[in-house]
Design a protein around this ligand. Structure first.
Ligand code: IPE
Ligand code: IPE
Ligand code: MG
Length: 236
């Protein structure tokens, strides 16, 4: 780990925002912002590997994003399909384990199958766990967990924090210590509601398509300087 980091988060979660505004500012269609945004994803995955980060989760399509114009929704679905297909071999070679959180059922069938294949092919990789939140909503995830807890007949006194965590889509990942949001917006937008209870927030004004290794480095340094108290008087 580079010395300047002081502390290295195990898990970084990112709300990738500002693709549309990045494009509009350049007189380009929003779709172009999304396309260039995939290059930022590639950079950030590589940077996480370089910095020794073990878990990276990116928020790429929320349950609320279905309310966008049909053309944009279709374009985003096609873009993810292209990325999953084109990047799979290289990510696999680099030891990246791909995971998905969210509901696969309501996605176009071809896309769901390609995501499942990428998850299956890379399941034993250990260098970086790269989780894509697609058709993901924090409330939807909690509803899904409650439904499954009831279906499994769990007794009320056995419902603990550990049990609930184990029923979430993220059951095999630690909670993110660092949450980054690009484009200056300061809200969670239904991302990882349970898991970010004690995450450190870093909001950067940079639009997602411009986000690079240096921005990630700065966010990790800022995280390293935070005093994480967890309700106590001091972390020391
Ligand atoms: C983030 O960029 C990508 C998705 C939410 C799919 P936006 O598309 O939200 O970009 P802005 O916020 O409109 O600029
Ligand atoms: C959050 O971004 C969702 C993703 C990054 C996938 P949005 O752009 O959809 O969020 P709001 O609508 O500005 O809160
Ligand atoms: Mg946005």
């Amino acid at each position: 780990m580079p010395e300047e980091f002081k502390k290295l988060p195990t898990h970084i979660a990112i709300i990738m925002d500002g693709n549309g505004r990045w494009a509009t500012a350049r007189g380009l269609p929003r779709a172009e912002g999304h396309r260039v945004g995939t290059e930022a994803v590639r950079r950030v995955v590589r940077s996480c590997i370089d910095f020794g980060i073990k878990y990276l989760t990116i928020y790429a399509f929320s349950t609320e994003n279905w309310a966008r114009p049909q053309e944009e929704v279709n374009g985003l679905m096609m873009l993810l399909e292209t990325v999953v297909v084109n990047e799979l071999d290289e990510l696999h070679r680099e030891g990246v384990r791909i995971q998905h959180i969210g509901r696969l059922e309501s996605l176009p069938a071809g896309l769901g199958a390609k995501i499942k294949k990428a998850v299956e092919v890379t399941r034993n990789n250990q260098r970086l766990v790269f989780t894509i939140a697609w058709n993901y909503g924090g409330r939807d995830e909690i509803i899904c967990a409650i439904q499954n807890i009831i279906k499994d007949g769990i007794a009320p006194e056995n419902v603990t924090e550990e049990l609930v965590s184990g029923y979430l889509f993220t059951s095999n990942s630690p909670d993110p210590e660092l949450l980054i949001r690009t484009s200056g917006e300061q809200r969670l937008s239904n991302f990882l509601l349970w898991q970010t209870a004690y995450s450190e927030w870093v909001v950067t004004p940079v639009f997602w398509p411009d986000f690079d290794k240096e921005d990630l480095r700065k966010a990790i340094i800022e995280y390293g300087n935070r005093d994480r108290r967890f309700g106590k008087v001091s972390s020391k």
